[in-house]
Design a protein around this ligand. Structure first.
Ligand SMILES: NC(=O)C1=CN([C@@H]2O[C@H](COP(=O)(O)OP(=O)(O)OC[C@H]3O[C@@H](n4cnc5c(N)ncnc54)[C@H](O)[C@@H]3O)[C@@H](O)[C@H]2O)C=CC1
Ligand SMILES: CC(=O)N[C@@H]1[C@@H](OP(=O)(O)OP(=O)(O)OC[C@H]2O[C@@H](n3ccc(=O)[nH]c3=O)[C@H](O)[C@@H]2O)O[C@H](C(=O)O)[C@@H](O)[C@@H]1O
Length: 464
């Protein structure tokens, strides 16, 4: 138990007689110990912000290696700014501790925050098994007056219809404890800054008292305002609307990009100019929409919805088609020279987003599989990943690429490290001694190969 939590008697905030000021003081003084379940890309930074505020946080994870690193004060999230310096300070000050013993942490905590992965299965149905497991752990130590915050993104109705029934399957009754959705709106790479208050925090309780406690607690954590929705279901939909807005908007950009030739314009230049009108905000086309957030949320939102919802479903299929579009473009670019079968293709970037070591739903994996099915050999380069996910590709370091005989290349993720790729080394010598390039598809408008002999197709710009 952290120093603040063990110092004094603890109090629960749900249904308390204490005044709001007394509750805030108790929270800040560590008399409302907090357990955060899930020490991942979002749970760890969130727990550190809780620990800065309360000094009484236990981080729970099922991964013993992760917990050992955290106990040591070592940041397992290399790419999250600020965590490497804040974590050891908070561990040394005994304001934050990590454990695999979720039941002990649940027994000691009065506020329980769940930030475990919520994904989709092979049929695109929500898979809430990690959430359900974490809720069972919370149930083992849930006392009257405790409050549970679900920060994981979830389908509408999850707090009331999935989480509450698990929490009340033991000794507790509804109304004895608080339960609210507090969706996490930050993203990897700017988590600490965003959690401390880049934009308002949305909270919604399964009952009015839960919403009140959520607003009070998050009011202490954020420098920004707290938007309290009328119930948990609304807060669940807020987060999903944000994600679906992004998916639909990117789908529009992607569709416009695939029509570059038909329009006869540079679609990127056109979008940038269109966006100078304040009511136009078209996002950026690319090789695909990855990660375990945006591609999953349309399926969460439409889970159980029998209405057609054609826009949301079409947007998803437009975005899911982009890896196929990239591969077809590459095959066309190669056609004058050689067939794709037997060709060697360098694939730059496997992570779904620059600088983030996450590969779930990454378009790079789909692109590699399509190339493999066409008989190509794929050389995958990704400096931010410790290992490749399951995909038909040979892993190659950036500096090894010039030594490989590459017939074509595709950039899926614009990692900063790719600035040091020596593209001229991928040129070949023609029969007449001239330098000849290879086709390169730039899926992120990140390359300037104008000084090389390569033929470059930029998504949204076409062949150059
Ligand atoms: N990564 C992002 O940019 C954002 C993620 N979210 C949401 O936050 C949630 C978590 O996402 P990430 O932090 O990215 O996931 P992550 O995959 O980085 O980390 C999840 C952690 O939870 C642990 N875990 C799994 N089951 C557990 C259990 N039963 N008890 C305790 N720990 C357990 C895992 O070992 C892992 O360390 C998801 O619902 C996601 O949709 C929301 C906003 C942004
Ligand atoms: C506006 C914003 O930055 N949204 C965040 C988003 O985080 P995420 O890490 O998924 O990043 P993202 O920028 O939406 O990118 C998702 C995918 O979409 C692609 N992408 C993104 C923007 C764009 O204009 N075009 C595009 O093709 C990216 O390359 C990536 O493959 O999703 C998170 C989530 O909803 O969980 C959310 O909390 C974050 O705020």
């Amino acid at each position: 138990m952290t120093r603040n939590a063990s110092a004094t008697e603890t109090i629960g905030l749900y249904g308390t007689d204490a005044s709001p000021d007394e509750q805030r003081a108790a929270f800040r003084e560590g008399r409302v110990p907090v357990a955060v379940y899930g020490m991942g890309k979002i749970g760890l930074p969130l727990s550190l912000v809780y620990a800065e505020t309360t000094g009484a946080v236990t981080g729970v994870d099922v991964d013993p290696d992760r917990v050992a690193a955290l106990t040591d004060g070592t940041n397992p999230l290399d790419h999250e700014p600020g965590v490497s310096s804040l974590l050891p300070e908070l561990v040394a000050d005994d304001r934050f501790a990590a454990t695999t013993d979720g039941e002990a942490a649940a027994a000691a905590a009065r506020v329980h925050v769940i930030v475990v992965p919520t994904v989709i299965d092979g049929d695109s149905d929500p898979d809430l098994s990690a959430l359900e497991a974490a809720v069972e752990t919370v149930r083992s130590g849930l006392d009257p007056g405790d409050t549970v915050f679900v920060e994981s993104t979830v389908p509408p109705g999850t707090c009331a219809d999935v989480v509450e029934p698990i929490l009340t399957a033991g000794d507790r009754e509804p109304g004895e404890f608080g339960l609210a959705h507090a969706p996490e709106r930050t993203a990897s790479g700017r988590a600490l800054r965003d959690i401390r208050g880049s934009y308002p925090k949305v909270v919604g309780g399964v009952d009015a008292e839960s919403g009140r406690v959520a607003a009070l607690v998050y009011g202490e954590l954020t420098d920004n305002e707290v938007v309290r929705t009328s119930d948990a279901r609304t807060a669940e939909c807020v987060k999903l609307f944000e994600g679906v807005y992004r998916d639909v908007n990117i789908a529009l950009a992607n569709e416009l990009a695939t029509l570059t030739g038909a329009f006869g314009v540079d679609v990127i230049e056109t979008i940038e100019a269109a966006n100078t009108q304040p009511y136009c905000d078209i996002l950026t086309p690319g090789a695909g929409v990855g990660g375990h957030c945006i591609p999953y949320y349309p399926y969460f939102l439409l889970d159980g919805v029998t209405d057609p919802a054609p826009l949301i479903r079409t947007a998803r299929s437009v975005n899911e088609r982009m890896p196929g579009f990239v591969v077809e473009t590459l095959v066309d670019g190669l056609a004058a020279d050689r067939p794709i079968e037997g060709a060697t293709v360098a694939l730059f970037g496997v992570a779904y987003r620059a600088g983030v070591p996450e590969t779930r739903a990454s378009p790079a994996v789909d692109i590699a599989r399509r190339l493999d099915r066409l008989g190509a050999t794929v050389l995958a380069v990704d400096p931010v990943l410790d290992e490749l996910p399951a995909m038909p590709a040979e892993r190659v370091a950036i500096d090894e690429i010039p030594d490989r005989d590459v017939d074509a290349a595709v950039l899926v993720t614009a990692h900063d490290e790719f600035r040091r790729v020596d593209w001229s080394a991928l040129e070949r010598e023609g029969a007449d001694g001239s330098r000849r390039g290879v086709p390169v598809v730039d899926g992120r408008q990140a390359l300037d190969l104008s000084e090389t002999a390569h033929d470059v197709y930029t998504v949204g710009r076409g062949w150059d």
